[in-house]
Design a protein around this ligand. Structure first.
Ligand code: UD1
Length: 424
């Protein structure tokens, strides 16, 4: 096990390069199951989640070669259709193989992902979508088993009790590319990663319209061909570095990012009093300050404030000049980091799906524990802004979604190092 040892109180200054988007890479990798030809994906981030999904693809008969941001996926066999629990428990996005396996191999057996530290992770929308396309779906011995000799287009409404779903939209869109006839996905997720997946599929010969709006129309085709594709920058990683710069009153040039995907976060950060300048189509300059104004923010599907930046924003708000409220509308229980931030001297109270954050003058370094990926990133930001030395345990959560985070932060002047630990 590893931990990150962080000495807080150092300004971040300099340039940081943003990696490719995890949440675009994963479904695009899964989409390779729709395609027999070679698929080449560029700008792939080197992350634990990417490694885990590569392992799953290899189990499913693909050969995955990955070096220096470039991934080549080849087909060896199209026989296996089973995604086992030992993999789906590590990476919930592995449910994204359901639609491609069903559409290409006529059957999919995907272990039910279960709940996790940020709350229940239901899959009803995925199942509903596959059924509307004509599959028979049953849940047996912890597996979702979907079968269909052929899929047929249909009208899929993605509106669940908690709004729309990103990966369920992607699953239905992928399956529909090879279905007979037209599929309309209503209340579709509009996240840039859904758009990126659609653009990849279109490059492979799929007929998709409306991606980026809440109605996606897919006209099925007989088969898809291979292509070479470059994935978009990671907006959550970019937002994380902007907030890290803000927390330390630093001056950070965030390069290789896509500012258009961060419109709402940038509006919120500016309202807090940060200076955020968009210098070019892929560069943002953030200039921090000592204290920020409090804000009230609700996490919602894109284009609103992303739940994946909630913990990192909370870290900065712990030292704001007043009371902020964050309401979490996507995942209940996504507040574990708040209790850890309180160990550093923050004053956060959780009331249902809201966190009430009373700004304090100072945070103090202490050992804290990550219990999920983004919560871990939030705790790193809190430690960067704390006085003295602190530690982040269970750093493996952070490694799932951030490429070399301590290297990138060190280059910006943070005092951070990775050390082995016996503490788990
Ligand atoms: C994706 C992202 C994740 C992000 C999340 C919300 C990927 C690989 N992961 O996850 O980083 O935090 O979007 O922006 O892209 N729901 C249902 N039924 C379902 C599916 C989901 O009720 O069948 C609910 C969930 O419990 C949640 C909400 O819908 O409350 C949104 O979840 P969803 O968009 O599905 O998240 P993911 O696609 O898993």
């Amino acid at each position: 096990m590893y931990k990150l040892v962080i000495e807080g109180g150092h300004k971040l200054e300099g340039e940081v390069y943003i990696s490719g988007a995890k949440n675009a890479a994963l479904p695009i990798m899964a989409a390779s199951l729709l395609i027999e030809d070679d698929v080449i994906i560029n700008n792939v981030p080197n992350l634990e989640d990417v490694k885990t999904l590569s392992q799953l693809l290899e189990r499913l008969g693909k050969k995955v070669e990955f070096s220096d941001k470039r991934m080549v996926i080849r087909t060896v066999s199209e026989e296996n259709v089973e995604a086992p629990y030992e993999i789906t428990k590590k990476i919930r996005a592995s449910i994204a193989v359901l639609g491609p396996l069903l559409a290409k191999r006529k059957k999919a057996k995907v272990s039910f992902p279960g709940g996790c530290a940020i709350g229940p992770r239901p899959v009803d929308l995925h199942i509903k979508g596959m059924r509307i396309l004509g599959a028979s779906v049953r849940v047996e011995h912890g597996y979702i088993i979907a079968e269909a000799q052929k899929l047929t287009g249909g009208l899929v409404n993605m509106l669940g009790t908690n709004g729309t779903s990103v990966v369920a939209t992607e699953n239905v869109m992928m399956a529909a590319t090879l279905a007979e006839g037209t599929t309309v996905i209503d209340n579709a997720a509009m996240e840039p990663e859904v758009v990126d997946l659609a653009n990849f599929l279109i490059k492979c010969g799929a007929k998709i319209k409306g991606h980026g709006t809440n109605t996606i129309v897919v006209e099925g085709v007989k088969n898809l061909k291979g292509c070479e594709y470059e994935i978009i920058p990671d907006r959550i990683e970019a937002g994380t570095f902007i907030l890290a710069g803000m927390m330390t009153n630093g001056e950070v040039l965030v390069k290789n990012c896509e500012p258009n995907h961060l419109t709402e976060p940038i509006r919120v950060f500016s309202e807090m009093g940060a200076s955020i300048q968009i210098l070019s189509k892929d560069t943002v300059l953030v200039k921090g300050r000592e204290r920020y104004e409090p804000v009230n923010v609700t996490t919602l599907p894109y284009p609103y404030f992303p739940t994946d930046l909630q913990a990192q924003l909370m870290a900065v708000l712990t030292k704001a000049r007043g009371i902020s409220i964050i309401t979490e509308k996507i995942f209940q229980n996504r507040f574990m980091h708040a209790y850890e931030m309180n160990r550093l001297g923050a004053d956060i109270t959780i009331d249902g799906n809201s966190a009430i954050i009373k700004g304090v003058d100072k945070l103090y370094g202490a050992p804290v524990m990550a219990s999920d990926l983004r919560g871990g990133a939030g705790l790193i930001i809190a430690l960067l802004g704390a006085e003295g030395v602190g530690e982040l345990l269970r750093v493996y959560h952070v490694d799932r979604g951030y490429e070399k985070i301590e290297d990138k932060l060190s280059k910006l002047g943070a005092k951070i190092k990775r050390e082995k630990t016996d503490l788990i």
